[in-house]
Design a protein around this ligand. Structure first.
Ligand SMILES: Nc1ncnc2c1ncn2[C@@H]1O[C@H](COP(=O)(O)OP(=O)(O)O)[C@@H](O)[C@H]1O
Ligand SMILES: [Mg+2]
Length: 239
């Protein structure tokens, strides 16, 4: 188990955005937090990535407590926030160099890590172009490249494919799956695309109004409905 939460909760005033969530994530799996807008997915991710303190409950990553051992947690995670965040006034290469420095990658290794990440994300040809001229798909791929420079054990991707056209979306899916295969990285992603979760995730937790209402392998969740050709959408509607 690489990640575990116990009754993880976050309130904003009287509103409970994440409500006593218990999830377990196995090492090397792709785990999807699935649910409609406002379900509490980004709030959960922010707590797991140490950016937002929980109101109650706890979470551990590789045994480190996200509240009390946040430095240790930060060293082993990568994070791509929901909003596009790469700097448009810099080139792709320069964006990566900033992250390599931030992550404390030794000078002697920076060039190689950046080249590897660019190659992995198929961005070599545009590395020296300003990011403001990138498409949404290229920016997303650059951000994923940034987040894997320090070879994290666990990668958090908040709505990685929102705003991407179907071709770019499939490319990002394939690259994520390839990364899990090549490096054994655990991926936790959020999405409101049910078919995306279905094809990409080993395990999903369906979240609604801050609560996990179902969890398991997509095939298993669909099988509980006892209807042929059931989709995750049917699961969501039924529970
Ligand atoms: N900083 C905040 N202050 C107040 N309410 C917030 C804050 N962040 C999120 N919320 C509320 O919490 C709920 C869950 O938000 P969020 O986690 O962003 O959902 P999701 O990512 O699933 O779309 C929403 O109703 C949102 O308005
Ligand atoms: Mg969100």
């Amino acid at each position: 188990m690489i990640l575990e939460t116990q009754q993880l909760t976050r309130c904003f005033g009287k509103f409970t955005a994440v409500d006593a969530v218990n999830i377990c994530v196995h090492m090397g799996e792709v785990f999807g937090l699935l649910g409609p807008n406002g379900a509490g997915k980004s709030t959960a991710i922010k707590m797991l990535t140490t950016l937002l303190p929980p109101t109650a409950g706890r979470a551990t990553i590789a045994g480190y407590d996200v509240t009390h051992q946040s430095d240790a947690v930060r060293r082993i995670i990568g994070y791509v926030p929901q909003a596009l965040s790469a700097d448009g006034s810099l080139t792709g290469y320069e964006n990566l160099l900033i992250f390599a420095k931030l992550y404390g990658i030794p000078r002697s290794q920076r060039e190689q890590r950046i080249r590897e990440a660019l190659a992995f994300m198929d961005l070599q040809a545009v590395a020296d172009r300003l990011v403001r001229n990138y498409s949404g798909g290229m920016i997303r791929k650059l951000e994923i490249a940034q987040s894997i420079l320090h070879q994290p054990q666990i990668l958090f991707l908040d709505e990685p494919t929102v705003g991407l056209d179907p071709v770019a979306r499939h490319q990002v899916w394939n690259l994520m799956q390839q990364h899990v295969k090549d490096y054994g990285t655990t991926i936790i992603l959020t999405t409101h695309f049910l078919e995306e979760a279905d094809s990409l995730c080993d395990t999903v937790a369906i979240v609604n109004r801050g609560q996990v209402i179902a969890t398991g392998a997509p095939a298993k969740l669909k099988a509980t409905l006892n209807q042929p050709n059931a989709t995750l959408n049917d699961v969501f509607i039924t529970i």
